[in-house]
Write a protein that binds this ligand. Structure first.
Ligand SMILES: Nc1ncnc2c1ncn2[C@@H]1O[C@H](COP(=O)(O)OP(=O)(O)OP(=O)(O)O)[C@@H](O)[C@H]1O
Length: 318
């Protein structure tokens, strides 16, 4: 009996997962690709395969091996209540820091109102190609592939999409050829709109990181954004306080244009950790505009981003 004959003994969904099958004497040896299945589904599949094969009179022993070639991919959503608080900057820097510490990470820029990852990661203007009906993410020099809403629309064209179109576009970015990427950071638009709902319904994240500036209004919105995730059963990995403390380049005095410590208090109230506090620094804005995330370099703000990335990596590992 050859491989095709063995496959013909199996249910179609199981046969589709056969990587190899052979019969030696009365022993069938079958390798199944079980990528994307949880432990329970894998066990059920194995049992069904074994039973089906043993029904054949030429087979009296079945040896099954299971592989999961495709990486188990987890989504981490980066959200904020308000716009302009530094969510995209944080996403790009976290991705670069994670890639540098050996993680296979990709970025989905789901910010339909202001897609900025292609600029932040230095591959603006490059377009993804489609293969077999799915997009191939655009590489960046930091080892972080990226797909952006900005790749699906003409630059500068305001997007006035409604729910189903948004869901469709998000699906194209997430169900793409991500290859061996294990962690997908999704840069969400601010607030709790269509993209967030579509994300929670169809591509449930493993966790969410919430970014806020320390001021009250931003914090109220950030708390609301966090509540949306929690209600949907998505754990909050932690909060990041951005634009906290500004060191005057002339006299060195540190001031707090957006207040101080508010995010820490909000995190405490939510029972979530504070993952880091990033200062307001011209170098961060300049590096972002230049498509050279500071997490890739040696300097101080880069180290802060790397610390936040380490905390995220620890959370993912735990
Ligand atoms: N810590 C910081 N210090 C200085 N500038 C910063 C800092 N964080 C972000 N910025 C700058 O603030 C602006 C807004 O940041 P960013 O685009 O990351 O925010 P966002 O929350 O993703 O905004 P949007 O909602 O528009 O997508 C950018 O010009 C960015 O370079």
């Amino acid at each position: 009996m050859d491989q095709d004959a063995l496959k013909a003994l199996l249910r179609a969904d199981i046969a589709a997962r056969v990587q190899s099958a052979r019969l030696t004497g009365a022993t069938a040896t079958v390798v199944l690709d079980v990528a994307g299945l949880d432990a329970q589904a894998r066990a059920a599949l194995g049992q069904a395969a074994e039973q089906a094969l043993l029904k054949n009179e030429q087979i009296d022993d079945v040896r099954l091996a299971m592989t999961a070639e495709r990486a188990q991919r987890r989504i981490v959503a980066i959200g904020s209540g308000k716009g302009g608080v530094g969510k995209s900057t944080l996403t790009a820097n976290l991705a670069v820091a994670l890639a540098q510490s050996g993680h296979k990470v990709g970025v989905v820029d789901a910010d339909i109102y202001g897609p900025s990852q292609p600029v932040l990661l230095g591959n603006a203007g490059e377009r993804p190609v489609a293969e077999e009906g799915k997009l191939v993410p655009v590489a960046s020099e930091y080892g972080v592939p990226v797909l952006s809403m900005g790749h699906l629309v003409e630059p500068g064209k305001a997007i006035a999409w409604r729910g189903p179109m948004v869901g469709n576009a998000l699906g194209q970015l997430i169900d793409a050829h991500w290859g061996d990427v294990e962690v997908l950071l999704v840069d969400l638009p601010p607030g709790t709109g269509d993209v967030q709902l579509s994300m929670l319904q169809k591509h449930k994240p493993a966790g969410a990181v919430i970014v806020s500036t320390p001021q009250d209004l931003a914090l109220i919105d950030a708390t609301r954004a966090a509540q949306l995730f929690e209600t949907a059963g998505v754990p909050i990995v932690g909060l990041v306080e951005n634009m906290a403390g500004y060191a005057c380049p002339h006299c060195g005095e540190v001031s707090d244009p957006f207040g101080r410590g508010g995010v820490e208090a909000a995190a405490e109230a939510m029972g979530a950790p504070l993952l880091g506090r990033i200062p307001l620094e011209m170098a961060i804005r300049e590096a972002s505009d230049a498509g050279k995330p500071l997490a890739a370099g040696e300097g101080a703000p880069g180290a802060i981003f790397r610390d936040v990335a380490d905390r995220l990596a620890t959370w993912l590992a735990g």
